[in-house]
Design a protein around this ligand. Structure first.
Ligand code: UDP
Length: 328
């Protein structure tokens, strides 16, 4: 394919790994990012456009210059707590601004869209592992904003023939196995990078948010999935649409749940550091258990996670953490 793929949010955590993978697979890439939370130096190649999705004229300009094969959309606000305090920001950035992108695609006849969705669209699950048939009942503006986009996409397909694949990530984690990229959120809120910052002494301890959940050790269980495996799923999803496939949605996880305590134990083992724990109250809105059923991704997309082992995920994240300057 000679035409480029547009990666929106390609300077962020998952987007930057995607850009690297696309370039390695021989694709041309244009990254568009407003650098609100991303890092210019995380974009390893291709063309970079510094623009905001609020700026429809900037979008038209980039869509005029390139006939994109498809668009991958990683740019969004991702903090659940912040979304409760500032729903306006989340609905605007994650929903309205995504409509700008979709409208530009329709205007410029680009018909393939891969969307970074989330397990948060399911809310408090009725059962685990969560398959695609599970009802979507998001319980915070973050999850609602992502579910609104999924619903809008169904309408854009019917009305405009825009084909999409929604990929609902469970807990994205890990880092580039070659050690060039990793997670650099500011502030960091995710468990694995925070545990590793405690291991490297960039923070004094790791807060454990609650020990009274209905799980074997009382801490919350999540399905950690390697960032490179998520990126592979994007490639497969784009292939599906390029082959004339219909719009679809997939839950992406390894189907294995690990508790907060198990993650801390794995990090102690891998880093050789003691890692101090601070017992803390439960975080509002945290379901006890979120685990994916990804059978459809495996059977329909042919997705085969390469880094499904928690120790590998934590090990790659640790290699990255060791490169972080103490001041960051
Ligand atoms: N967590 C924790 N301490 C932290 C950050 C997270 O105990 O400092 C817990 C959190 O309550 C959840 C799990 O770790 O049960 C994963 O949280 P994260 O924010 O990484 O992802 P989420 O599941 O919220 O998308």
């Amino acid at each position: 394919m000679n035409n480029p793929i547009l990666v929106v949010g390609g300077a962020g955590y998952i987007g930057s790994h995607m850009v690297k993978l696309l370039l390695a697979a021989g694709h041309k890439v244009v990254t568009l990012d407003n650098l609100a939370t991303g890092h210019r130096d995380a974009v390893s190649g291709g063309e970079f456009v510094h623009a905001d999705l609020a700026d429809r004229a900037a979008l038209d300009e980039v869509f005029k210059r390139h006939a994109f094969v498809g668009v991958m959309h990683f740019a969004s606000s991702i903090q659940v707590g912040e979304s409760v305090a500032r729903p306006d920001l989340y609905y605007r950035n994650n929903f309205s601004h995504t409509l700008n992108l979709l409208d530009a695609m329709v205007a410029h006849n680009v018909k393939r869209f891969i969307f970074s969705s989330t397990a948060a669209i399911f809310g408090e699950p009725d059962y685990v592992p969560i398959d695609e048939a599970h009802p979507a009942r998001p319980i915070n503006p973050y999850g609602i904003s992502k579910w609104m986009v999924e619903q809008a996409l169904a309408g854009y397909d019917r009305a405009f023939g825009l084909k999409s694949v929604c990929l609902r990530y469970f807990n994205a984690a890990g880092a580039d196995p070659e050690g060039e990229l990793g997670e650099r959120h500011q502030p960091e809120t995710h468990l694995i990078p925070l545990v590793l910052q405690a291991a490297s002494k960039r923070r004094p301890d790791i807060a454990v948010f609650g020990r009274d959940y209905d799980t074997p050790d009382g801490t919350c269980i999540r399905d950690y999935v390697h960032v490179m495996d998520l990126c592979q799923a994007h490639l497969l999803a784009l292939d599906k649409l390029a082959a004339g496939g219909d719009s679809d949605a997939f839950n992406l996880g390894n189907g294995n749940g690990f508790s907060v305590q198990q993650v801390i134990d794995a990090a102690r083992r891998i880093t050789g550091q003691p890692i101090a724990v601070k017992e803390s109250p439960p975080r509002p809105g945290d379901p006890a258990r979120l685990v994916a059923n990804s059978e459809r991704a495996r059977s329909v997309l042919g997705w085969q996670p390469q880094y499904a082992d928690l120790d590998v995920i934590v090990g790659h994240a640790w290699e990255w953490e060791k490169k972080m300057p103490a001041c960051f």
